[in-house]
Design a protein around this ligand. Sequence first.
Ligand code: FPP
Length: 280
Amino acid sequence: MTTLHDKVASQVPHGLDRKEAEVYRHLDPARLPRHIAIIMDGNGRWAKRRHLPRVAGHRAGVAAVRSTVETAARIHIPALTLYAFSEENWKKRPASEVSFLMRLLSRYLKAEVPTLNQNNIRLEYIGRQHELPEDVQERMQWAREATARNSGMVLTLALNYSARSELVDAFRSMLDAAAQNGGLDHLRIDEDTVSRHLYTRHLPDPDLVVRTSGEMRLSNFLLWQLAYAEIYVTSTLWPDFRGGHLLEGIAEYQKRERRYGGLNHDAHGETSSAIDERKA
Ligand code: FPP
């Protein structure tokens, strides 16, 4: 005989550990975010607390990436975007740290493709890739092609990414498209047009943005796309972050009421102003 306990247990996706399963049981699977974006922060502080060089924090951050990606895929989040490397990081950090990050990324891609395939994850990138070292670009292209046939979660890595540069590139792309399509007189710009020229044209806007290490900033990440996203900030430093922390962020997201600039809705879909009018 199937007990209630068996039923609940069978709804927990395969592969979650005990702590993850415990948090997952309190989630509503019908209201998971369609797209989660993460600002991975705190690698340097993690290393400093241990009297280690900053790069040790980045190295430890890879385990956090692995755990977060696998958990997101296991619970069937359709899209996950990780802010791995900003344009500012690229320009303002010492060359030795930048080249370490490039090597780390290359190694991650090589090592992780089999796991991405096992989890049916398709890899994508956003950012000005053409400015990255050529060998890294080649590795990125290889990993994208090796996962291109997967139909599950889309994992997008933001590399050499800046939201303002993305908007500049989108404006240029709209003008190029107009030039090939009858000139400026035929250019009609609305929100859909802008969205279609962003790097993220293949993705829905994120419902939830997570930032680790307690900072309350967007740091030039997906400024257009995050217009209505719920923001979840955790004091956990990125190298300590795991799938269970992601699930806690989703639990917090599910407690929020999303209004997109509209009014409250009661359980029957009525707006609070309609209820107030009836009461009046
Ligand atoms: C921010 O911490 C983190 C980064 C600039 C790099 C993120 C890289 C990884 C997590 C590892 C590699 C990624 C992939 C996808 C393989 P910080 O250095 O700004 O930390 P701090 O604010 O404490 O100094």
